[in-house]
Design a protein around this ligand. Structure first.
Ligand code: 5GP
Length: 140
């Protein structure tokens, strides 16, 4: 396992170098829409402090992150009237990780609807902006 490399795409989003559709932000956490959503409402939650993945974060900031993740998951469920939720976290290439800044995937799920495959195709920005606004509204 290598260390943290701050040239990763989420570090660039945190520095404001590339845009994102923001769902939630506070001192320690940022949540934004996944650019290639596998379901409507697919949201990523990341710590602001550098952490490569689950193997690279102390218990206290991880606790903070998972509590925020739960809050956003509840809002996403309400925003999309989802029947359920899948929470994913991939660590290291062998675990399926592609972007090396720790993140949780929030995936609202619907009865009988499979996740969309990874196509590599980016979603319409207006659609993502609308989805982010729906979750922000549900967060209150
Ligand atoms: P993982 O590392 O957990 O396998 O997946 C990284 C996730 O980041 C993927 O779901 C991918 O669609 C998403 N992603 C990759 N590049 C960007 C980007 O530039 N912006 C956003 N919002 N999401 C991205």
């Amino acid at each position: 396992m290598s260390g943290y490399d701050d040239s990763n795409i989420f570090a660039r989003i945190l520095r404001g170098e590339i845009p994102c559709h923001k769902v939630y932000e506070d001192d320690s956490t940022l949540a934004f829409m996944d650019i290639m959503p596998r379901t409507d409402g697919h949201t990523l939650v990341i710590p602001k402090a550098p952490a490569r993945n689950l193997f690279d974060i102390a218990p206290e900031p991880l606790s903070d992150l998972i509590v925020k993740t739960q809050r956003i998951a509840i809002a996403a469920r309400a925003a999309f009237q989802a029947d359920g939720l899948t929470l994913q976290q991939f660590s290291e290439p062998a675990g399926g990780q592609v972007v090396f800044h720790l993140h949780f995937h929030i995936l609202p799920r619907f009865e009988g609807v499979a996740l969309r495959p990874h196509t590599g195709e980016m979603a319409n920005p207006e659609l993502l902006a609308g989805h982010a606004a729906k979750i922000r509204a549900a967060l209150g």
